[in-house]
Design a binder for this molecule. Structure first.
Ligand SMILES: CC(C)(COP(=O)(O)OP(=O)(O)OC[C@H]1O[C@@H](n2cnc3c(N)ncnc32)[C@H](O)[C@@H]1OP(=O)(O)O)[C@@H](O)C(=O)NCCC(=O)NCCS
Length: 195
């Protein structure tokens, strides 16, 4: 799989572009240190600074992975970020999202950003399979993935603790090809005993 250079993407509500050093603003750092925003993420265990953010940004350079800034189309204000960890060998990508500006939650921004990037990976990059995961209790994220056409593929029951309470991790996927065709091929391998 050859990954085209990511330039920018425009959805109905958002604009996605590569996250750069100038995106490491006090507001961005405040999202990462906001316990409400990071409630369902392991980022809640980390205290973020400009230095830690720069180190994270640098971890993307020279890789096939993407770190994107999500900007609202009407005023180009930064409202969140997305990540995409690509495996060119397996033709897969695992996507994540953080809409850090809580004022825009529930207005369709997350869904628009998510769908725009999922479609780009399927149609332009031609990824075979797109994956993402969340705690089951993160109902906004569960709903967003469901509405974007992803299917629940597997669950790790009681995998992580949230305030001391075990929580399921739910993994979703969306295939470019017809899902049934994939499953038939998968079954055939097992029927012929070729692993
Ligand atoms: C999850 C998240 C991306 C949703 O973004 P958003 O812009 O609010 O999403 P949308 O407006 O497109 O709404 C998606 C769904 O979530 C629901 N929703 C939004 N905010 C919600 C909230 N605080 N509580 C419950 N549901 C909520 C919406 O009603 C919508 O549900 P529907 O599909 O049944 O209509 C955003 O809340 C976020 O980034 N949260 C913090 C980081 C995070 O949890 N990321 C995922 C980690 S795996």
């Amino acid at each position: 799989m050859i990954i085209p250079e990511f330039k920018e993407l425009r959805g109905k509500l958002v604009h996605l572009q590569a996250f750069g050093v100038s995106d490491i603003t006090p507001e961005y750092i405040s999202w990462l240190n906001d316990p409400v925003v990071t409630r369902y993420s392991n980022q809640r265990f980390v205290r973020h600074t400009a230095q830690s953010c720069l180190a994270y940004l640098e971890s993307f350079s020279g890789t096939s992975n993407l770190f994107l800034s999500v900007k609202r189309l009407d005023d180009m204000r930064a409202v969140g970020t997305m990540t995409a960890y690509v495996s060119p060998q397996h033709e897969t990508v695992d996507i994540g999202i953080m809409i850090g500006d809580r004022d825009v939650w529930g207005k369709g921004v997350g869904f628009d950003a998510w769908s725009s990037l999922v479609n780009w990976f399927h149609e332009t990059v031609r990824c075979r399979k797109i994956t993402a995961g969340t705690m089951r209790i993160n109902s906004a994220m569960m709903s967003l993935m469901d509405r974007s056409g992803m299917s629940l593929e597997c669950v790790r029951p009681r995998q992580e603790l949230l305030d001391g309470v075990p929580q399921d991790l739910c993994y979703f996927a969306k295939y470019r090809e017809n899902l049934q065709a994939d499953l038939t091929a998968y079954d055939a391998v097992y029927q012929t005993g070729v692993a």
